[in-house]
Ligand binder design. Sequence first.
Ligand SMILES: *Cc1c(COP(=O)(O)O)cnc(C)c1O
Length: 376
Amino acid sequence: MDIKRNILLNPGPATTTDTVKLAQVTPDICPREKEFANMMAGLREDLVRVVHGNPERYTSVLFCGSGTLCMDVCLNSLLPGGKKALIIHNGAYSARAVEICRAYCLPHVELKLPYDCPADLEAVDKALRANPDTALVYATHSETGAGLLNPIRELGALVHQYGAVFVTDTTSTYAMRPIDIEADNIDFCMASAQKGLMAMTGLSFVIGRRELVKISKDYPRRSYYANLFRQYDCFERTGEMEFTPPVQTVYAAIQAMKEYWAEGEQAKWARHTRTMDAIHAGLEALGFQESIRRDWQVGLVAAVRNPGDPNWDFQRVHDYCYARGFTIYPGKVGTAGTFRLCALGAIDAPDIQAFFKVFRQALDEYGVAVPVRYDS
Ligand SMILES: *Cc1c(COP(=O)(O)O)cnc(C)c1O
């Protein structure tokens, strides 16, 4: 089968291998069969291994849904009654976490920090001192809107000094930037299959401390469908998801996991880094500026300032590239005036070089001067 290969430079879903795409074509199976439960059990163990978790102390729980579901699950399930969550808000995804708290009427403190620099530990320390009833602290590992990296290891250590649980959204770093769940002081992290794992959309997972999941059994039950303990308990008792799993997506994730181990953590991170270096080099050659300082970036996302040239029109350039198999992505709220080029997925430096040829053609086609100009 000949499947057209598109280069996705958006922040997920990512470009996948054909072997992962084709893994979805399988004989029909009822997911309540032992065979399917065994497959999910293996996947759950592997998901913990990716972040080097000891399987006795850490577990993973699968959910059918996009990555936001895991944010929802962690926030609604891991807060004991009468306690507060502290949300470290320094980007579009932690803004979403605040919205989730509001939707469930969870007692929470929103610590709003600048979107263009890593979360300040002193500000977090101050907020924790001022709110001794904080039981859960939430931070985004990489704020994907800007490609900003937060210092989760240091944040986790600080949170633990106050006896709170540290939840971090690793959706856009998991299985790319190496994570060590214990050394990084993470109690719970999360991801979806279509980003770092380079699998399909519709399967997401929470990875975290087994003991804390068990304790959360007695916390207020704020969601019927999206409860962490309930889904964990069902997996542990029956090996199954409580409700229907995304069957074909699970097959693809298992194939993607095989390919993850075959490539290796360090080699994969080196490939993403190589890809990102090619993005930086291509941007620099055309005079583009990025909005986040290089040493504060996650190394997977470039948020690029839109040039001041009156002929620059993101949508037109996007359409030109899209028609030729390359997908670029607009900026997000809070980082308006930018567009993004990302290094997720089964791509490498030569794909970026091919992209920049097309991108340059688009700039010429629409009369955007190179090197690009900025007003300030
Ligand atoms: C992609 C992403 C999510 C999940 O977004 P969905 O649209 O639900 O897939 C959550 N957090 C971060 C940091 C992300 O990059």
